[in-house]
Design a binder for this molecule. Structure first.
Ligand SMILES: CCC/C=C/C(=O)SCCNC(=O)CCNC(=O)[C@H](O)C(C)(C)COP(=O)([O-])OP(=O)([O-])OC[C@H]1O[C@@H](n2cnc3c(N)ncnc32)[C@H](O)[C@@H]1OP(=O)([O-])[O-]
Length: 303
């Protein structure tokens, strides 16, 4: 299956052989990363850096969207293309996600993409958020989140969509789905991802309060799997990936698919309705007001 992705005037065709996910079928722009044919293949689009070691099969994908790795439309587009490219690359067996920014894994969705824009823009943005989740939650290859900093909302979702989460044991950091604190609501597939990870009761408390957990609390509820000193996050992720890669790929992939496909299928069955729902919700005056106040609060906190 081929997907055509576009932004502005550039069109690029991608092959697609996803086991579970929906892929980029919505006609947005994509810049393909470049991989060389040596053992260590590096590529760097402007917001995503990919380093694939084909001798180990491990790729490190680094977010580099300063100051806080917020997930703008451009960021999400580059991210999904990088993952798609790695999924199709036979020399890649596992992907580690981490941040090039100190202290921040990702500040979540870029609030500016949801504030003061047109309904068409909100719809395009939301489809790109759906795309990244569909790609990640149904990803055929092994994924580890090496969480080296704050990880609210969309940042937490990306981590939750990986197969394993290792977080820096720094008591200042926080992770969680804090959407209600912004006056917005995590959609059902964010909720499903949380429930699948921490269980129903914990998700009830977590989502309604918009709780942000310290690393030790996140470990207690199973939101992350392991804490390590900050400087060891990437090294531990690489060691852990090597252990997982001892499992035959096809057996691990089928097991993952069995567990995750029903959740992925729920969104695939209702993507358009979910997009409409988001656009109607975010366009409301009351929601725009909440987001505006939150942005002001973020700015004033600095002063
Ligand atoms: C229904 C939809 C579901 C929604 C899901 C989501 O993910 S919703 C998202 C939920 N996410 C959150 O609630 C996280 C909100 N962010 C934070 O809590 C903190 O920024 C931090 C703890 C991540 C980093 O603290 P720090 O002291 O290191 O950094 P700082 O605070 O000084 O920020 C630096 C600059 O970045 C700006 N900016 C920040 N985040 C965003 C953003 N998401 N977007 C856009 N911009 C953002 C900030 O305004 C400031 O701009 P300025 O003034 O330079 O023009």
């Amino acid at each position: 299956m081929a997907a055509v992705l576009r932004r502005g005037a550039s069109f690029i065709c991608l092959g697609s052989s996803q086991l579970l996910s929906g892929g980029c079928k919505h006609g947005r722009t994509c810049i393909l990363p470049f991989f060389s044919s040596n053992n260590r293949n590096s590529s760097s689009s402007s917001k995503i850096k990919v380093d694939l070691d084909s001798s180990t099969g491990i790729a490190v994908v680094k977010f580099q969207n300063p100051p806080v790795n917020s997930m703008s439309l451009d960021f999400l587009t580059e991210f999904v293309i990088s993952l798609e490219k790695l999924e199709l690359d036979k020399s890649c067996r596992g992907v580690i996600l981490t941040s090039a920014q100190p202290k921040i894994f990702s500040a979540g969705l870029d609030i500016l993409e949801m504030y003061g824009k047109s309904p068409e823009h909100y719809a395009e943005f939301w489809k790109s958020v759906q795309d990244i989740w569909l790609k990640m939650y149904g990803y055929r290859k092994m994924t580890i989140a090496a969480i080296n900093g704050f990880s609210p909302a969309g940042g937490c979702l990306v981590a939750l969509s990986c197969d394993y989460r290792i977080m820096a044991d720094n008591p200042r950091y926080r992770i969680g789905l804090n959407e209600t604190q912004l006056g917005i609501v995590a959609p059902f597939w964010f909720k499903d991802t949380m429930v699948n990870t921490v269980g129903h009761r914990t998700a009830e408390l977590s989502l309604q309060f918009g709780l942000m957990y310290s690393p030790s609390d996140a470990l207690k509820i199973g939101l992350v799997d392991q804490l390590v000193p900050e400087e060891n996050v990437l090294g531990t992720a690489t060691e852990t990936m090597t252990k997982w890669l001892a499992i035959p790929d096809h057996a691990r992939e089928i097991s993952k698919s069995m567990l995750r496909k029903p959740t992925v299928d729920r969104l695939l069955a209702s993507r358009d309705a979910d997009t409409k729902n988001f656009v109607n919700f975010v366009s409301r005056d009351s929601i725009q007001k909440s987001l505006g106040l939150y942005l002001t609060m973020l700015k004033e906190r600095k002063e």
